[in-house]
Design a protein around this ligand. Sequence first.
Ligand SMILES: C[S@@+](CC[C@H](N)C(=O)[O-])C[C@H]1O[C@@H](n2cnc3c(N)ncnc32)[C@H](O)[C@@H]1O
Ligand code: SF4
Ligand code: SF4
Length: 423
Amino acid sequence: MTLKLENHPCFNDSARHTFGRIHLPIAPKCNIQCNYCNRKFDCMNENRPGVTSKILSPLQAMHYLEQAIALTPSIAVVGIAGPGDPFANPDETMETLRLVRAKYPEMLLCVATNGLDVLPYINELAELKVSHVTITINAIDPEIGSEIYAWVRYNKKMYRDVEAAELLINKQLEALKKLKEAGVTAKVNSIIIPGINDTHVIEVARKVAGLGADILNCMPYYSTTETVFENIDEPSPEVVSEIQNATAEFLPQMKHCARCRADAVGIIGEINSDEMIQKLAEAASMPKNPGEHRPFIAVSSLEGVLVNQHLGEADRFLIYGQDKNGCSVLLDSRAAPPSGGGQERWKALADLLKDCRALLVNGAGDSPTKVLNANGIEVMVLEGMIEDAVSGVFNGLSLKHLMKSSQIHACGTSCTGTGGGCG
Ligand SMILES: C[S@@+](CC[C@H](N)C(=O)[O-])C[C@H]1O[C@@H](n2cnc3c(N)ncnc32)[C@H](O)[C@@H]1O
Ligand code: SF4
Ligand code: SF4
């Protein structure tokens, strides 16, 4: 099957009115913090990178993609662009790419990354015929990079300042080189941040051109609240144009980037249709594997009103379903497997709850969380009214307000509920 590379609307200006793209929002976590980026997972209103209205599992994403293609036949590219970094969520990213490639052999595949952790996956990306990879490289001088990146987390270690920027830049340049060796089309995004790197982008262009980058996207920085850079003004169109003209000496330019959301779908520049927003919400409210029949939600509660019991302390679980009007109802109470027995206890619990899509608890250890997650039961660590939490899960709503503060992580994610941390 020959891929029609010329149909990529981001890489080919003349394709952008005919062919669309879809971003599958399966990558919530990030391994660095850029001082301009504020990720949001339940945002309908803002039209900028880093926001999505929902996060999907790979199989939910496949279900959603099927519906999206039926409703939007112009889709020629499936991309993963966050809302965090695809390779801070490598399992979800690679699984999604494999699933899409297996089901849609003709589809163009595309990934946008900061480049820190992509290196080990480049061979498989090439095997999967991921034809387009974007790396965001905002600086090649670590001193300038240290102004842009608050921290970098690599191999479970935190780096800051010049050391962090140096590490990131080295990984980015290495990844770019390897992508080109593997025959992948490589775009570089460089965010123009006035007073920080605006005079440096030309050096970035020179360097990445030397390593074989195919195209440069000098993206104007988008002023975003609750970021370190929130008081920096956006660059004027004249400044952006000047930088594009200057860097054109080294590389072809992408000039029509719309700075899309992580759940953008359709023709570049058009906002997501209400129908697609609805389809995304529906997919997010399904079990992580939509093919499974899991109509119930289990809750750990002392008195049956609040989610207020630690998983390990529960002697029974309350089982909720939905009535024919979609209202949550208590259906059952199931005795917990006896304590002790290590992993066997958690396997018995997974079996007891095999018709439940989620277990809502006030706390849970790593070991049961892993076993339950592996068995298709999402462990969500929350506090608050059972009614709010259960109907929120059934309806795919944001549960941020019920999330325990310990679930809001340094990486800026309010976890999607797995409680698995940012590892
Ligand atoms: C949200 S990121 C996701 C992919 C990956 N984490 C990355 O940074 O390349 C997608 C693109 O949006 C850019 N971006 C994020 N926030 C931005 C902002 N406030 N202004 C301009 N570009 C931004 C990133 O730099 C990146 O090029
Ligand atoms: S790499 Fe930067 S822009 Fe991309 S998601 Fe992480 S913090 Fe945001
Ligand atoms: S953000 Fe730019 S490069 Fe990414 S899909 Fe939108 S137009 Fe294409």
